[in-house]
Every structure is written in C-alpha cells, then in structure tokens.
Design a protein around this ligand. Structure first.
Ligand SMILES: Cc1cc2nc3c(=O)[nH]c(=O)nc-3n(C[C@H](O)[C@H](O)[C@H](O)COP(=O)(O)OP(=O)(O)OC[C@H]3O[C@@H](n4cnc5c(N)ncnc54)[C@H](O)[C@@H]3O)c2cc1C
Length: 484
C-alpha cells in the first residue's frame, strides 16, 4: 500500500494527527543513528483508543508499525518502512511513595524535574540527559553513568501497561493466562547462554525474568517489537546528600582498564572513561601526553573511599577531587558531551558509524576489550574514538572511517562481534540491536536461546507487524540503510 492510501484511511479512524507530507516523512526517516529509512505514514495518536485502532489497521493490512519516542536512539531502532507511531501525547506523571507512574511519552527531563521537587530521582541517566522519553528508555533498556551503582532501566522497572499487536491492553506483571504462557516460554529453556555482564540490551532479557512477578522485565530492551508501551511504574530513590568526583589522568588506556576492576571494588556510584579525542575539548589545563581520563564518583563512604582509591591506582595522576555540586556538575557535562565532542574530531569526508559502539564485557575483562580494539585498529589501519561506562565494562567505540566504505564496516563488525562474544562479552549494553545489530542477536545467544526469543515474539506479535526487522530477523540490515 502507498502513503496516499494509508494516510486518508487512518485519518478517518484516528482522532490524533496523521501525516504523510514530504517534510514529515523526511523528518521521521532519521533518528540519532547512522541510518535513514523512509516510512509511509506518521501517526500521533491522541489516546489509547487511537493506538488500538492504528494497530488493528496495521494488522489487517499487514503493515509494519514502529513506535517512536524522542528519536535519540543510536542504532535505528525507531526507524521503519511502514507506520510510525509517535507517542508524544502520552505524557502524564503521577508520583507515589517510592515509585512514580510515568507515561511512555514523558521526557526524562520533565520526570527528573518533577521528582527533584520531592527529593527523589529515577536512577538510569543516559548522557543524552533530558531529551529521551520513558518509552524509549524502557524499550532500549537505557542506562547511564550511575548504572554502576543503581542499575539500568530494567532494574528500576516495576510494571508496564502496554498494547499488544492485536489491540489488547495488558499489564505486566499480571496473573492473566497470556502472562502465564509467556512465563512458561521464558523458563522453558536454560538461561545459561546469557553473558555474565552487568548491562545487556541484546535480544529479550529472559535471564532477568526470575518469576511471574517480574515478567515486565521482558519488555525492557524489546525495542517496540512486543507491544506499544503506554505507561510504566518506576522505582524512585532519594537523591544522595553528598558526593565527590575524582578525575584521574592516565598515559595509557590499557592501564586505566587494568585499574577499573580494582576501583569497582570500592563501590563507586560511577566510573567513566573518555579518551584523548574528547579530552582536547575539555577547557581545563591537564597534564601533557594523557591518553584518557577516568571519572570516579562516590556518594557514600566518601572520605574512606577517596583515601583507598589514592593507594590503589597505578600510574595515574589525580587531576581533580571535587566536592562542590557546581564543579561536579561542570565535569559531568564534559563527560556527557563525549559524543558531540567526538563528532567534532572528524573531517568532512569521514564518518563514525554507530555499529560496534556499545560493546560490553565483565569489568575484569575490560583490558581484553581494549586489546581487541587495538588489534582491529592495527589490522585495518583505523583510529577509534573511545569513551563510556568503564565500571560496567561498557565502551562506546566509534571507528573513524572514510565515507562510502560500507563493506569494510560489515567486515569489521562481524569480526569484532565474534571475538567479543568469545571473550564473554555482549554486542550491546544499553543502545539495543536496531538496524545495526539485530542480525547478530543469533550469533550472540546461539540457536537454542534465539528460538525462545522467536517463540516470545510470535506470542506477542504473530503477524510480525511490530517493528519488523528488529531483534528477530533473517535479513541483514547493518549496512543497507547506512547514511554514508
Ligand atoms: C548524545 C547521546 C547520548 C546518549 N547517551 C546514552 C547513554 O548514556 N545511555 C543510553 O542508554 N543511551 C544513550 N543514548 C541513546 C538514547 O538516548 C537512548 O536509547 C534513549 O533511551 C532513547 O529514547 P528515545 O525516547 O529517544 O527513543 P527512540 O529513539 O525514539 O526509540 C528507541 C526505541 O524505543 C522504541 N520505543 C519508543 N517508545 C516506545 C513505546 N512507547 N513503546 C514501545 N517501544 C517504544 C522505539 O521503537 C525504538 O525501538 C544516547 C543518545 C545520544 C544521541
């Protein structure tokens, strides 16, 4: 079907907006990834009944439907060829005791502001800051700098209200027959094939579903492939009273990687890394010849931890010990600007595709991941920009490539992922599979677990209309719609 058939059809049945003009289609063809994919129609439903009508229409006409939050995802998971469903109108926040109910379209910044007034916070803190939505965070299982202490979205998700592909509303966890059936599938096979890591946004998180009472965790990281999330119940915590941030300068990334597991043992609230490509934009005089900085934050047992830290680090210079809130905020801004700083590092004929940008290993193996990056760098003569969540063993690795070299990207990714998986790592910690990595989900988990994923998908979405081509796919999409 064409846009000019679907558009008027949907306009007749939907109370919200339906768009299929060139400008809107251009706008929704991109997100914050390296991909471009043109949809047929954009819908902005007014309420739940609109969502149900759109889903029923898509199912009847076998058209793919892709949910969209703020479009800040880095791997093209909010891009689709069919109908885009923009959930901006679902934006209510209801604060309870130790929890908050937030609709899927609530911006993280608005939630933070509402919670701050009550002295609380929702812990996952992606570096994009206020600009992503709760629906997008749940659907990618987003994390952030403080995930080291407070967990990813999956660890802070208490329940989900969603609409399945057949238009039925469901809550998870619940005692419904459907939920029981899903639970039986998730435990029908061993979970031993899941990597032993602290963050994981690859595939469906069967490993996190330990009882019927936490079946909502299956939706975290499901990238809109199992249903449209309408609202969520999230954990909130009191804002820590004090914190201290230490900035350590290293002449070798390898040495910083070796120190990271030792630092993690002190239970910091964050342990982050930025390399020299980012450091050069930090407007502070720093020692010469440094390769990377570690940001180490403590929000409990501060004095004793800072003292021990000074004794356990090897060959690093302590550049800053900050306790003033305004100073700490300033330095976190440097860290959180890593992606935009790194984009400034490349020439106009170069590109930094988001393909292998979210590798994760157990922190004890961080040094092996650094060695693997070095190996690929030498083999292909490529430089990398590197930053990320060192304490979780999660590095954002952006190769600097000459444009139009798509085949090389696929070759590097295939080789890199294979070695990463062999060392006990995972292809994505927090950004998800999307167009970049869905074809590697089977490589990550093997046939046995992948077939359970397939069963889960068929239960929720038997006609494969929900974000088709993401997570469960037999097609290759890693380079097909790359913008370069
Ligand atoms: C500069 C920058 C820094 C970033 N830093 C981090 C970081 O530190 N940590 C991190 O985890 N991520 C980071 N990201 C990635 C991104 O911000 C997160 O993935 C974020 O959670 C995406 O939210 P969104 O609202 O933009 O979702 P979108 O990009 O719109 O969508 C992402 C996925 O969620 C699905 N989705 C959205 N809403 C719903 C819904 N209601 N129901 C079902 N599915 C839905 C979409 O279909 C898609 O699959 C960063 C991105 C940028 C650009």
């Amino acid at each position: 079907m064409k846009s000019k058939e679907i558009g008027p059809d949907l306009e007749r049945i939907v109370k919200g907006h339906v768009l299929w003009d060139k400008h809107s289609l251009d706008l929704y063809s991109v997100d914050s990834s390296s991909y471009i994919l043109r949809p047929l129609v954009i819908t902005i439903p007014k309420d739940e009944s609109d969502v149900i009508r759109i889903l029923k229409y898509a199912a009847k006409n076998k058209i793919g439907i892709t949910p969209r939050g703020a479009g800040t995802g880095l791997v093209g998971s909010a891009l689709g060829r069919g109908i885009i469903i923009d959930l901006r109108n679902f934006n209510k926040i209801r604060i309870g005791h130790n929890h908050v109910e937030a609709d899927c379209g609530v911006f993280k910044g608005n939630l933070d502001e509402a919670l701050r007034k009550k002295g609380g916070f929702f812990p996952p803190d992606p570096s994009i800051g206020p600009y992503c939505t709760i629906g997008g965070m749940v659907a990618t299982n987003a994390s952030g700098s403080h995930t080291l202490k407070y967990g990813s979205t999956i660890d802070n998700l208490l329940s989900v209200r969603m609409i399945r592909s057949d238009g039925k509303i469901m809550h998870l966890p619940s005692k419904s027959q459907f939920a029981n059936r899903i639970y039986d599938i998730t435990r029908s096979d061993g979970k031993s094939g899941f990597p032993d890591i602290t963050k994981n946004s690859c595939g469906y998180r069967l490993d996190a579903v330990t009882s019927k009472l936490n079946l909502q965790k299956l939706i975290a990281g499901s990238e809109g492939t199992l249903g449209i999330i309408i609202s969520t119940k999230l954990k909130i915590l009191p804002i820590p009273k004090k914190n201290a941030l230490m900035v350590l300068a290293y002449r070798s990334i390898r040495k910083a990687a070796i120190d990271s597991p030792k630092i993690v043992k002190l239970k910091p609230s964050a342990l982050e890394i930025v390399d020299k490509n980012i450091i050069k934009y930090i407007n502070v005089i720093l020692p010469k010849d440094i390769e990377c900085l570690l940001f180490v934050e403590f929000d409990s047992r501060i004095k004793s931890s800072v003292k021990i830290l000074q004794n356990i680090i090897s060959d690093a210079k302590i550049v800053k010990i900050l306790t003033k809130k305004s100073e700490i905020k300033k330095w976190w801004k440097y860290r959180n600007s890593a992606l935009s700083y790194s984009l400034r590092s490349i020439a106009s004929n170069q590109t930094m595709p988001t393909v292998i940008e979210d590798a994760v290993v157990p922190v004890e193996k961080l040094v092996l991941l650094v060695d693997l990056i070095e190996e690929v760098s030498e083999k292909y003569g490529i430089k990398f920009v590197l930053y990320g969540h060192a304490g979780n063993g999660n590095l954002h690795i952006r190769p600097i490539l000459r444009q139009r070299n798509k085949k090389l990207i696929k070759k590097i990714a295939t080789e890199f992922f294979s070695k990463l998986i062999q060392m006990g790592g995972c292809i994505t910690a927090e950004h998800g599979d999307g167009l970049a990595r869905s074809e590697f989900v089977k490589m990550q988990y093997g046939n046995r677990i992948y077939s359970v994923f397939d069963k889960v998908k068929r239960q929720f979405d038997p006609k494969n209309i929900l974000n088709p081509g993401k997570i469960i796919t037999h097609k290759s999409s890693i380079i097909k719609n790359l913008k370069i």
